[in-house]
Design a protein around this ligand. Structure first.
Ligand SMILES: C[C@H](O)[C@@H](O)[C@@H](O)C(=O)CO
Ligand SMILES: [Mn+2]
Length: 606
């Protein structure tokens, strides 16, 4: 069996190359004055730092299901020498983000974390016997003056000096910061693997290496789609795995309707061959992304390495799909939390090589550890149009109309909504999913032979309807000349339409594709005045769907990467950005975000 974790581990001859997940550096800072002050604070400061480390280790998981690790320096940091001791240790340990913790006054610029490129936060204990909050303000001023934005954490209520508990509001900020900062750190130095080129003129598939390098610290790798053909024909894949995979597919993936007119339909033999082909595509594409040590054993040391890809895109349409089976099955299964190897971390793969949608999927995956759904933002159905076409007057969540999210590939099977949390439809991290839920996701899905008008080479498209009432967040990254990247976020819910209404609306589109009916949370303002205005303000043809109302996490992450958010419906109290953002205006946070991002510039700009 393959390792459950897709951890970018490959063999190079005798050696193993393992890119470890980043750790969290906890920096206890202290007033450096010996002779009474420092001694009286050592224990308290250390205990507070330990409490933060314990809280993080108990509450935050890495995408591979392991607990995140925290690193504390050899001693408290009272001045620059101890700050450097922490730096050295953190570098050795692979720390990717830091939280400075203190209950007292310390010397700002002498104790601060000056590491470039890593997200930083400071929790200044809100007590009054010792001025931790005064340090927080001072060190944040130093960070801003030096152009190293910092997240300021300051509890709302005063705590007693011997209280080592972490108040609820502080906990929330720590979680937001660590989850987002981990995402920044995990994607750094990984690749986007562009398989093929531009799909049908879709701008997101004109993959922009400057964006990936400057904003995400990633590199872009490019391979031609013919590489998949070479590996199929020369049998450069693990044939034992292929046999297991095709057997699993035959037993678990049920075919649905064939949408093609009878005279165009292909026969059973051809369909069986296509199944074999698309399963090989999935195995090979996964290996192209992350490598496979089996390939070295089989005599393919180069292919064994893969491309260090945490994210990939497959052009598919048109040259490939005009001749070969489409990428829908491959995209669906790789994006899912399970396959023939059991439950495992999803591999993030964008359809139509839409790298900008892929980035949103990657953000969503790293922020929540869950599988993502890729979709076209296809149709706004007003209540009037629904009534006209179906005779049903939309009610409840659907009363202001719905948006039809649908695309041929890339929708993870988790998107069926057949997993549950407290009896409600959900998408969970792979280690929380049960075998029974895997079975239900598969049962709720049909694989329909591809529409031969669009896909001359055939293939199997994934068909399901997402269960309603799931809180979800849709997102989209766009690049605008002169402005750079901007992120859009809409929190909302999946809805279920009455079956006959769904059927009528779905049949007007491509009924062999997965559908998610989506309703955004309306605020009555700007782009969120109506469901129509959300659709109208969407910046491209695609969105990524992430389980949960996690727009606040996307906002925190975007601020770390200096990507402004041009549209969101997240309540103001949930927004957490570096303290420097207030210096760009406190009334209109949206405009201030643009100014702050422009001022600090992309995190990795050369
Ligand atoms: C089959 C069509 O070409 C679709 O793939 C098209 O509607 C898209 O998905 C465009 O993003
Ligand atoms: Mn599309």
């Amino acid at each position: 069996m393959q390792n459950k974790r897709n951890e970018y581990t490959v063999n190079i001859g005798e050696k193993r190359f393992v890119e470890d997940y980043p750790k969290v550096g906890i920096r206890p800072t202290i007033d450096g004055r010996y002779g009474g002050v420092r001694e009286s604070l050592e224990e308290h400061t250390w205990k507070l730092a330990q409490a933060v480390a314990e809280f993080i280790e108990n509450n935050i998981y890495l995408p591979n299901g392991e607990k995140v690790k925290c690193i504390l320096p050899p001693r408290c940091i009272g001045g620059v020498v101890e700050a450097r001791m922490a730096d050295e240790l953190f570098k050795k340990e692979g720390v990717g983000l830091s939280i400075t913790v203190t209950p007292c006054w310390c010397y700002g610029a002498e104790t601060m974390d000056m590491t470039l490129d890593i997200p930083k936060a400071v929790w200044g204990f809100n007590g009054t016997e010792r001025p931790g909050a005064v340090y927080l303000a001072a060190v944040s001023a130093a960070h801003n003056q030096k152009g190293l934005p910092v997240f300021k954490i300051y509890g709302k209520d005063v705590q007693d000096k011997d209280d080592f508990s972490i108040p609820q509001d502080v906990q929330e900020k720590i979680l937001k910061f660590v989850k987002s900062a981990l995402a920044v750190s995990i994607m750094k130095n990984k690749s986007y693997l562009s398989i093929g080129s531009v799909s049908m003129g879709i701008a997101g598939s004109i993959v922009d290496p400057d964006f990936f390098e400057d904003y995400l610290g990633m590199r872009v790798e490019y391979v031609d789609m013919s590489e998949i053909i070479r590996q199929i024909e020369e049998k450069i894949y693990d044939q034992e795995e292929f046999e297991r995979a095709i057997q699993w597919v035959r037993n678990n993936c049920r075919e649905g309707e064939d949408p093609n007119p009878p005279e165009k339909r292909v026969d059973r033999k051809k369909k069986d061959e296509v199944w074999e082909f698309v399963v090989k595509m999935a195995i090979i594409t996964r290996d192209l992304m992350v490598g496979n040590k089996k390939l070295e054993e089989l005599g393919y040391p180069e292919e064994n390495l893969g491309h260090n890809a945490i994210l990939a895109g497959f052009q598919g349409q048109r040259q490939w799909t005009d001749h070969f089976p489409n990428g829908d099955f491959m995209e669906t299964i790789l994006n899912s939390s399970f396959d023939w190897n059991g439950l495992r971390q999803p591999y993030i793969l964008a359809t139509e090589n839409d790298s900008l949608n892929g980035v949103c999927m990657l953000f969503g995956h790293l922020l929540t550890n869950t599988a993502q759904i890729f979709a076209d933002v296809r149709t706004y159905w007003s209540p009037e149009a629904i009534y006209r076409v179906t005779g049903w007057k939309p009610e409840g969540l659907s009363e202001n109309g719905v948006i039809h999210l649908i695309n041929s590939g890339s929708a993870a099977l988790d998107g069926t909504g057949q997993q549950e949390i407290d009896g409600k439809p959900a998408i969970k991290p792979f280690w929380e999913i049960t075998e029974e839920e895997v079975r239900k996701c598969l049962e709720a899905t049909r694989f329909c032979y591809a529409n031969l008008g669009y896909f001359r080479g055939g293939g199997f498209s994934t068909k399901f309807v997402t269960r309603g009432s799931m809180p979800v967040t849709i997102s989209r990254l766009n690049i605008v000349k002169g402005l750079g990247p901007v992120l859009q976020i809409a929190e909302g819910w999946t809805v279920e339409l009455p079956p006959n209404v769904h059927e009528i609306l779905d049949r007007r589109t491509d009924p062999t594709w997965p559908t998610t009916w989506f309703v955004p949370k309306l605020t009555g303002k700007g782009a969120f005045k109506s469901v129509y205005s959300v659709m109208e303000n969407w910046g491209a043809n695609h969105c990524a769907i992430t389980y949960g109302h996690v727009g606040d996490l996307f906002i925190t992450l975007a601020s770390m990467l200096r990507i402004p958010v041009c549209m969101h419906n997240v309540e103001e109290e949930r927004i957490f950005r570096p303290s420097a953002w207030s210096a760009f205006g406190t009334e209109d946070l949206e405009s201030a975000d643009f100014r702050a991002c422009r001022n600090f510039g992309p995190l990795y700009k050369k």
